[in-house]
Every structure is written in structure tokens, then in C-alpha cells.
Design a binder for this molecule. Sequence first.
Ligand code: PLP
Length: 515
Amino acid sequence: MRRGFDGDGVIRTWESWTRDRVESLTQRHVLRSLRPVDAGGRGWSPSGVPRGASSAEVWVSGPTMRAWETGAHDLGDSADVVPANGVTLDAFAATTAATTRTSFPDGTTSRVTGTTDDDANDVHHRRLRLFSSNDYLGLGTHPRVRAAAARAAAAHGSGPRSSPLVCGYTVAHRELEKGLALLKNTEECLLFPAGFAANLGVLPSLADSADCEIFSDRLNHASIVDGCRLASLKGTKVTVYEHNDVRHLEALLTKSTKRRKLVVTDALFSVDGDFAPLRDIASLKRRLGNDSFFFVIDEAHATLVCGKTGGGAAEMLLKDLKTENDSEDLSYLVDVHVGTLSKAFGSHGGFACCSRSLKSLLLSSSRTQIFSTALPAPCVAAATEALRVAGGYHTGVTDAESEENVDEGVSLRARLWRHVERLRDGLQLKPLLHGGRVLNDEISSPIACVAYGSEAHALKASAVLLNRGLHAPAIRPPTVPLGTSRVRLALSAAHSDTDIDALVEALTTIAEPRL
Ligand SMILES: Cc1ncc(COP(=O)(O)O)c(C=O)c1O
């Protein structure tokens, strides 16, 4: 018998292996689900105009809501369940305001029915305020950003045709690259299909042989970890330093005998919400010599969010924040600024800002750039418009409209950071829901975590918030190590003060353990 090629036997082997794996994930409370939400706008303004979608809000059907609350596994099927009364959303839209409670087949009801009120739920869906979105400035639903994406789709179509090196790169891609390079104060910028793809492309292109060593923070994002893994396939040594521990980093760097060294870190850590000690790492580089290591930072969560002009954590920590002892602008010591267009830009895609010569190299060596399709025109147009809105200064345009743009970026960032303060003050020194505690003791960015430890506790806490119409997911392994599960809260300029207060109230008034 040909072992391994016996059709039935092979299928059974894989099926039973898959079932066992799923069962094991279920037992450990780490089986993931897809929860289909409806991000479209709902309701009517007092003048009868349909309200547009909001970056801080989605609508969830009764069946999906039930699956979410009970933790039932869902592969998206809950979206397919038809509401009992058979009223379609279009029909509902035509009737404008409905006023009765509506039952779903699973026994749940919508609590408030469609009215012109901002807080209304519609007959099929429950409204959730999102504390889980990375759309930090609310640009994903900004009228100008949406209009730019729609115009680009109408003018250029949806598909980018091919990879950038073939015929997928357009003048619009070039304009966006130039704007991003200005934002980051670098010579050049190269676009990637996503932020994940940027790290997967950049790191193995730079660290490509046995005479290289990468030094990577223990809590770096998965895309950096995987980029390091690809680099190690080319012979590069990968060394992990303790989270934000610059002394440890220095000790490892000075011990290393490798010719080319590279330090890579998240600038604003995606899960914990703390900043990397960029100034200390840059000072270390200044002390050891500019050639001592190549410095790569991932600004996925900080671009447009931090810094006077939205340049990111590098702008905030290396340029804006000057101390008495060290007032020098150290931003020149960063060699590559990796970023994403999928968070504060409210679009999709990734980029790496760097020198002109490095761009030439990346263009010919980054496999995720070479062998993947270019960004679609609507994404490019949305990101370019987001850049104009939140940093008009960077478009190089100096007319009155641009001045207005600068103000909008500045005011959106100011509003976001006021929310950070409001949440910090609200949670300070208060007992938190189900014995949670604020991670890192203090909230220092628009990302905050309430630590629970056990996966089950984090899930329960997230469910309690959900029950109040507040969506904040439980972050569990493998995203974080086993036993360090938490609820992650992400703030946006699209939130209102009332949203932040509702979150504070939900986290602080149910202190009695019910788990
Ligand atoms: C630090 C960091 N880098 C990269 C990425 C990936 O970006 P994208 O979602 O554009 O692939 C993320 C997003 O989750 C991130 O948090």
C-alpha cells in the first residue's frame, strides 16, 4: 500500500487533526470568530437627511449580538439569519421612524427602535460604540476622504491591474509617496500592499546575510516578528531584547560581533499602548556612532496621531519633546519609518519612508512589493485626502485651503488627546470591572488596556461592556502570552465626551466580581 497516498486515510487524518486543533483552541478559550457588523450609516438627522457612517460606530444584528454575548463560535453565519418580522432595512428606511420593539428569531429584541435620535437602534440592529477601531482620527468616514475614494473608483475603477513594477503604479501613487515622505521628513517613500507586508518586505531586504544581526523588542508586532523570521532564513541572527529595556539592548549590541546591526521596534506598541523609548535608543545610536546600527521603527499606530504635524512618535519624542538635558532634534537618527494607511489614515495599505538609495534597493528586493498587486486607486485617493485633511501642511500646498487643513489635523489630534486624558482621569484610582487593572499603571496614548490575566475573565469583561453597547475586544493568546489576557480600548477623535464617560462608567461601576 502506498502509505500517505491512501485517499480516505489522508482525508481522515487531516479532518481529525483539524477537529482536534479546533477543540483544543475552544478548551483554551482562544478560538476566534468572525462577527459580521454593518458599518453603514443609520438614522436621520432632524432635517430628514440620512446620517452617514461613523468611525466609532457599527450596527450588529440580533443573532450576531447573541453570538457575541454568549461567545458562540461564528464564521460569519450570524449575518445570514433573517429577522423574524421580515422587514428589510430598505423597507425600514422608507418608513423612516419605527417605534416598537422588534423580536429576533433567537428571542432577542432591539432595545430602541429607529428614530431621529442619535442613540437609536434600528429594527434589525443594535448600535455599538466602538472602542476597538484603529481609525484614530475618524478619517475613514470623513466626508472629503469618502468622496475622494468614490471619485477615484468612478474615474479609475477598483482594480489596480498589476504589481507596481508592471503597470499598477500611477501618478496618484507617486503623489501619495511624496506626501508621506514630507510627513516623515525623509527623502523618499515606498508604498506596500499593507503595513504587514511592509515589515515582511523591508526586514529581510535589509538583513539578508550571516553578517547581520537584528535586535527586536520582545513585544514587537507579529509582522515584525515574521519579517525577522524571513531574515533569519537568509542567515541573519535575530536577538530579542526585553521590552523597552535600552540597557539590555546596549549590552546585546556591544556584545555582538556582526558587521551590520539593525534595531527594530514598534514606536507605539499596538496592544499595550506604551511608547518605545525612542529618544533613549536614538541617544544610544548617537553615542555608539551613527553607523553602529540601522534604526527601523514601525509607526503604524502613531502616524497622524502623534507629533505637532502628525509625523508620528518620532516627531513627538525626537523632535517636539525636548528636555532640559537633551533638546537636540534626534529624528535624523531613524533610518526607516514603516507605517500603515489602515489606521489613522482610514484607508488601506502600507509604506516605508527612507532614503532615496534605500528605496531603490527595496524596490528591487522586497518580495511583498515586487510580487503583490499595487494599492487600488480608491485606497490611494482616500489616504492622500486623509493626509491633506490631517496634515495639509505636508501636501506642499500653501494656499488658504491648506491652512484650514492644518487646523483640522491639529484640532482632530487635540480632541483625541483630550479623550486620552479624560479616560485616564476617569479610571484613575478607581476599582475596575471584575478586578481589572490598567496596564502599565497609566494610560499614555489612545490605546489603553485593562489587564485581567485569565482568558475567561477578559472575555466576560468584554461581554459586560458589549451588553452596554460598548465594543472593546478581549485580547487573548496568541496575540498576547497565555495568562495575560486583557481588554483593549482604542480611542478616536470620532468619539464624543459622552462616549468616554459611558466607557468610564461601565468600567468603574460594576466592581462586584460576578465571574
Ligand atoms: C505595529 C503594527 N505594524 C504593522 C501592522 C500591520 O498593518 P496592516 O494592518 O496595514 O497590515 C499593524 C496592524 O495591526 C501594527 O499594529
